[in-house]
Design a protein around this ligand. Structure first.
Ligand code: PEP
Ligand code: MN
Length: 277
């Protein structure tokens, strides 16, 4: 049987532009999403949202339901976190993205957020992909830590086949033999994705590296290479974060990074590297 045609395949030089509220992915800019791993309090979110806004970030992230490796670790504020995010979204004007772990979360997010994240652990959870797709909201689809690029693209097909063409792919680090970094950012893989598909491709340097010192340089590498954006974990007092403390950057670093991203893209404007961006 011949292979079915892929809805995600690259058919033109141009990247598909995915809009989500005022945020835009794939328009030639570098979209920065920032926010805490887990929503912890109103004060935490207010501080982070104002940094994201001042830095020109396009979207506020925040974890509500956290699927932690250990059941003894903080599991997120759940529905209360969604309320706090909606409030901050209104106050700051930033569109909000939250990860859904099960279909009930999708229902809770519809009408409240601008984009749904499907996390690395759920990349091949087909019923969840389909229900998120049917919400009509744009989907940020993260690559599983052991998934091939083709498996990621086939997971995206499940969303596209539901008639939802607003999909952004995210490389968030893959497993390797070396524990020096939490995962390994597959920058080459992310760039190869841009050759295979016209969907926008962003990176998550926070979960890829697990170390705050590497978040800004990896983001700059992605910006210089012509990828479409990054989603980064930001916390007002990173060492006190209730989840993923080691990889959170503080608000000042976010602002510095955002300026450095702009400078990098301006310096490279007109480079052939951006022909497919
Ligand atoms: C997250 O972004 O909060 C998260 C859990 O990421 P991942 O699914 O990539 O592990
Ligand atoms: Mn996290």
């Amino acid at each position: 049987m011949p292979a079915a045609p892929r809805l995600s395949r690259r058919t033109s030089e141009r990247t598909r532009v995915v809009r989500s509220g005022d945020a835009c992915f794939g328009d030639g800019g570098f979209a920065l999403i920032g926010g805490p791993c887990s929503v912890e309090s109103r004060a935490q979110l207010t501080a982070v949202a104002s940094a994201v806004e001042r830095g020109g970030g396009v979207m506020l992230r925040g974890g509500a339901w956290k699927a932690r490796t250990s059941p003894y670790d903080f599991q997120g504020l759940g529905d209360r976190a969604v309320e706090l995010l909606v409030e901050q979204g209104r106050r700051s004007g930033l569109p909000v993205i939250v990860e859904a772990l099960v279909e009930r979360h999708v229902a809770r997010l519809v009408g409240n957020v601008a984009m749904i994240q499907i996390g690395a652990r759920n990349m091949q959870n087909v019923p969840l992909l389909q229900s998120a797709a049917r919400s009509g909201l744009p989907i940020l689809l993260k690559r599983g830590p052991s998934a091939t690029l083709d498996e990621l693209l086939l997971a995206a097909e499940y969303v596209l086949l539901e008639g939802n063409d607003r999909v952004v792919l995210c490389e968030r680090g893959i497993r390797s033999f070396d524990s020096a970094t939490r995962n390994v950012l597959d920058l080459g893989g992310a760039l190869r994705l841009k050759e295979l598909t016209d969907l926008p491709v962003i990176i998550d340097p926070s979960h890829a590296s697990g170390r705050r010192s590497l978040v800004e340089p990896l983001t700059l590498a992605a910006a210089a290479a012509g990828l479409d954006g990054a989603i980064v974990e930001v916390h007002p007092t990173p060492e006190e974060a209730l989840s993923d403390a080691a990889q959170a950057i503080d608000c000042a670093t976010f602002l510095h990074m955002a300026r450095a991203v702009s400078a990098t893209r301006s310096a490279l404007l007109g480079s052939p590297r951006f022909a497919i961006a």
